[in-house]
Write a protein that binds this ligand. Structure first.
Ligand SMILES: [Zn+2]
Length: 247
């Protein structure tokens, strides 16, 4: 669901041949495992974190991401609190670096719930789409259930947490990434998916049909299970991949 956004600084003339799925991550100094990107300080236990501030480099946000605000501007405070808790759990369970989260208007098409953006210096943002995150919590839950038909079998009394985690997983990796490190991770994820598809026990393990849809949904669902569900060999494998490729 989530698309990669990237900071191509040059204005691309509209007359250029359209690409079906434009790679939107800028390959810059941060590309490749030999140039580790800056690690941000981990979120502290009180949650004083990036959800309340915007890193100054936000000015490098791609131009199609508009009206950037901090997450605490979310309209429904109950939804905001739950999003924060989900982000916090995502970081702590997976050990991924803290990311700057912002709230913004994203392009109408494709309509994504969350996007990841990186710039040439390796700063990373996860942009939560106001279209969804400025809904009331009730509406958000309804929309999420509709969108996913939550095929994830641990049917969920935590739809906000699951939705946010699922989208954060997309933001961490998706198969349209062009950085070499992320493509290498992709090779392993695809291999893992083939093993999973051949596994007759996968329903028993708690996987729904949604994960069959494609490699991106497979990834998002296994990561979500790693964060909220029972651990199994696939959840362990994705945690390893996250560590190995510093996703
Ligand atoms: Zn998805």
């Amino acid at each position: 669901m989530a698309k990669v956004a990237g900071g191509t600084r040059r204005a691309t003339p509209r007359t250029m041949a359209p690409r079906v799925a434009p790679p939107r991550v800028q390959v810059g100094r941060s590309a490749g495992p030999s140039r580790p990107v800056k690690r941000f300080a981990p979120m502290d236990s009180r949650g004083t974190d990036a959800t309340r501030r915007i890193d100054t480099s936000w000015k490098q946000m791609p131009r199609d991401i508009k009206n950037v605000e901090t997450l605490d501007k979310m309209k429904d405070k109950g939804l905001y609190r739950e999003v924060r808790r989900s982000i916090s759990r995502f970081h702590s369970v997976l050990g991924v670096r803290e990311t700057n989260f912002v709230l913004a208007d994203l392009p109408k098409k494709p309509s994504t719930v969350a996007q990841q953006t990186s710039n040439g210096f390796g700063s990373l943002f996860i942009v939560l789409n106001k279209k969804f995150f400025n809904m009331s919590k009730k509406k958000f839950v309804e929309t999420a259930k509709e969108q996913y038909k939550v095929g994830w079998s641990t049917k969920t009394n935590k739809p906000v947490a699951h939705t946010v985690t699922h989208e954060l997983a997309h933001a961490l990796w998706s198969d349209n990434r062009i950085e070499p490190r992320l493509r290498q991770a992709g090779d392993e994820i695809k291999k893992l998916r083939r093993k999973w598809l051949a596994d007759k026990k996968r329903t028993e393990l708690g996987y729904g049909d949604y994960a069959k849809k494609n490699v991106n949904e497979f990834w998002a669902e296994v990561v979500t299970k790693a964060v909220h569900g029972q651990s199994d060999k696939y959840t362990e494998a994705v945690k390893e991949i996250i560590k190995k490729y510093k996703l």
